[in-house]
Write a protein that binds this ligand. Structure first.
Ligand code: NAD
Ligand code: GLY
Length: 364
């Protein structure tokens, strides 16, 4: 088993990565305060994986109350959150209840926000089942829901007690979802880990073929990068750089997700097209070469990801991007690349260059 630690003093937690973890209730038991959990999942994941996890927990004496939500990014909203609160109250769960998220990033973000807010906060465990959630969303404690006007606009920081990434679950993931997860994996190489970018270039086809050993390595290396960044800047308050760097491509990508309607583009797909915009803008600012831009484009295409943005029009992108959480006092801070493997936050990109980068990535 691969084992990492997110170091946050008394709120530190382990990230365990391996096949076969869903049936390892012994790994979960030490993190429970009572012998009862609320297990949040959705209509796609529950039929595949709820039984094996619930049976393992029940075998060690833990009662499981399933809360099954509708599937999809379009349901990452108040209505789903209320379904969780309703079930918790109906079943008289108290402040010692642990909420367990079994699913992708949508379930993790929703269940985490419910855990952060139910009775002012209850313990929380992440069991991510998509590549994207195993490399990114289950780690670091960002939780929340979408607002019609902006992605992830309502939420809270609430760290899990444990992250259990069972790599066997990736076998049932749709190819398109596997690719979406690779967008966030490539992100770590681009922002801070050039040797990992080289490794991804050398192994992309084997990752797409779901080689378990290589996927395990990619998840471990991604989580190690994320854990280091989060440990240094948990609440994304660093004046420069810090946790904000994990949002490479996200400001443009969130505009695509919101502008097109949640669920139309997968989050990882929008991040991939947004990454091309950030990379193109970095070239326009003189930081990256044309060859660097092509290198990124080639890798994203090999990963099965879109590199052309949604045709919303630059003005609509800018309007949507003005709601970004990295806007400080009206000034938009973008994550850009000084070089491949070296990201910065930058608030001084000229408007016309941002527009040109968006337009060039939406053509062709
Ligand atoms: P998702 O949760 O919608 O899952 C993708 C699809 O795969 C869904 O239909 C889901 O039901 C299905 N699925 C899940 N596991 C499966 C499995 N093992 N086999 C078959 N199908 C399975 O999407 P996602 O890509 O996991 O996560 C995207 C979400 O994560 C977005 O809302 C994004 O904003 C959020 N996110 C959050 C953070 C964070 O730090 N909290 C970071 C990145 C992304
Ligand atoms: N996915 C960005 C973050 O966790 O900060």
């Amino acid at each position: 088993m691969r084992r990492l630690n997110l170091a946050l003093a008394e709120r530190s937690y382990p990230i365990l990565i391996s096949g076969g973890l869903l049936s390892r209730a012994d790994l979960i038991l030490p993190f429970l305060r009572t012998a009862r959990v609320a297990l949040v999942s959705n209509t796609t994941v529950a039929p595949l994986y709820l039984d094996v996890l619930a049976q393992a927990l029940e075998k060690v004496g833990v009662g499981v109350t399933p809360i099954i939500l509708p599937d999809g990014e379009a349901h990452k909203n108040w209505a789903s959150l209320n379904l969780i609160y309703d079930a918790l109250l109906e079943n008289r769960f108290d402040r010692s209840t642990t909420i367990v998220a079994l699913g992708g990033g949508v379930i993790g973000d929703l269940a985490g926000f419910a855990a952060a807010t139910y009775q002012r906060g209850v313990p929380f465990i992440q069991i991510p089942t998509t590549l994207l959630s195993q490399v990114d969303s289950s780690v670091g404690g960002k939780t929340g829901i979408n607002h019609p006007r902006g992605k992830n606009m309502v939420g809270a920081f609430w760290q899990p007690r444990l992250v259990l990434a069972d790599t066997d679950t990736l076998k049932t993931l749709l190819d398109r979802e596997l690719s979406a997860g690779l967008a966030e994996v490539i992100k770590y190489g681009l922002i801070r880990d050039l040797p990992f970018l080289d490794w991804l270039e050398a192994n992309m086809e084997s990752l797409l073929a779901r080689d378990g050993e290589l996927l395990g390595h990619a998840i471990e290396r991604s989580c190690a990068n994320k854990a280091e960044v989060v440990a240094a800047d948990e609440y994304e308050t660093a004046a420069a750089g810090g946790r904000a760097l994990l949002n490479l491509g996200h400001t443009f990508g969130h505009a695509i997700e919101t502008g097109m309607g949640y669920g139309e583009w997968l989050h990882g797909e929008a991040v991939a097209a947004g990454t091309m915009m950030a990379v193109e803008l970095s070239r326009r600012l003189g930081w990256l070469s044309a060859a660097d831009v092509e290198r990124v484009r080639t890798l994203l295409v090999r990963a099965g990801l879109p590199v052309k943005g949604a045709d919303l029009g630059a003005e609509r992108y800018l309007e949507l991007m003005s709601h970004d959480k990295k806007v400080v006092a009206g000034s938009l801070r973008l994550v850009l690349l000084k070089a491949l493997g070296d990201a910065v936050t930058y608030a001084d990109a000229p408007r016309e260059e941002i527009v040109a980068a968006i337009e060039s990535c939406c053509r062709g």
